[in-house]
Design a protein around this ligand. Structure first.
Ligand code: GLY
Length: 259
């Protein structure tokens, strides 16, 4: 059974971290309605959703993906690069215990001086790609490599330029297919995969959330959506325009794992 952890949007989201975007007003009610539709898209795909509460001192806590990397064999609790986000971890760990995600998975932690955001980690089969970014440092990458290698994965670090996270630049849209923005990530790093490039007029279009039989994809990128559909990708569109103002996208809003 697939389960997703999500987290409600904090009223403090208007004070969220921003790295590459200029602050724009966020309509909290609209953001919450969009988030609820995103959760519904998960439910439609047969995924059980557990939404965690939040508090008004965790602006970015809706972006749960950054707090853990859940492989089939182990759960890695990250140490986010933004200090303001480090208080988000205890509730995620608690939820992983309660959802029995840790029943057959040991839990390991990224420790100081390492920093790692889950948004920088792309898992494709037994290959783990990790972005070296403003949030994820060399010590964090080394620690992830040590843990994941023991579990049978290979780990490759890639530089992230021009965007927040590796998964701003490249995500999976099929078992052997990636969607990428060639301006932000070298295409040849994914030479072993089928590659779909975003429409260059839609810079932020490379983040798609792959579910077993469909992809949750932002409605804001119709041109890239055409490319995905032409390649046979089934799309469940979502309007996440308010979350995008907080430099969030669709993978960031859930942690999906088998229980
Ligand atoms: N606002 C998303 C992040 O910076 O983590």
């Amino acid at each position: 059974m697939l389960m997703a952890i999500t987290r409600e949007i904090s009223p403090a989201i208007r004070q969220c971290e921003l790295t590459h975007l200029t602050r724009a007003p966020i309509d909290l009610d609209r953001a919450r309605a969009q988030h609820a539709d995103y959760e519904w898209a998960l439910v439609e795909a047969g995924i059980t959703v557990r939404r965690l509460p939040t508090t008004d001192d965790m602006p970015d806590s809706v972006f749960v993906e950054d707090i853990a990397v859940i492989l089939d064999e182990l759960a890695v609790i990250t140490r986010p690069g933004a200090v303001s986000r480090r208080a988000e971890a205890p509730a995620i760990m608690d939820a992983l215990v309660k959802t029995r995600a840790l029943h057959f998975r040991p839990m390991v932690m990224i420790e100081e001086p390492g920093t790692l955001d889950g948004g920088d980690v792309l898992v494709l089969g037994t290959r783990v790609y990790v972005g070296s970014s403003s949030r994820t440092n060399a010590a964090g990458i080394d620690q992830l490599r040590r843990h994941a290698t023991r579990a049978g994965y290979t780990v490759q670090a890639l530089p992230v330029r021009g965007c927040l996270h590796l998964k701003s630049a490249v995500t999976a849209v099929g078992p052997e297919t990636v969607l990428l923005n060639p301006a932000w990530i070298p295409e040849d790093a994914f030479a072993d995969y089928e590659r779909i490039a975003i429409d260059p007029r839609e810079r932020h279009a490379a983040n798609a959330a792959l579910l077993p039989d469909r992809v949750i994809y932002p409605a804001a990128f119709p041109r890239t959506r055409e490319r995905l559909e032409a390649a046979g990708v089934k799309i469940r569109p979502v309007d996440v325009s308010e979350l995008a103002k907080a430099e969030g996208a669709v993978t960031c809003c859930s942690l999906i794992f088998e229980v």
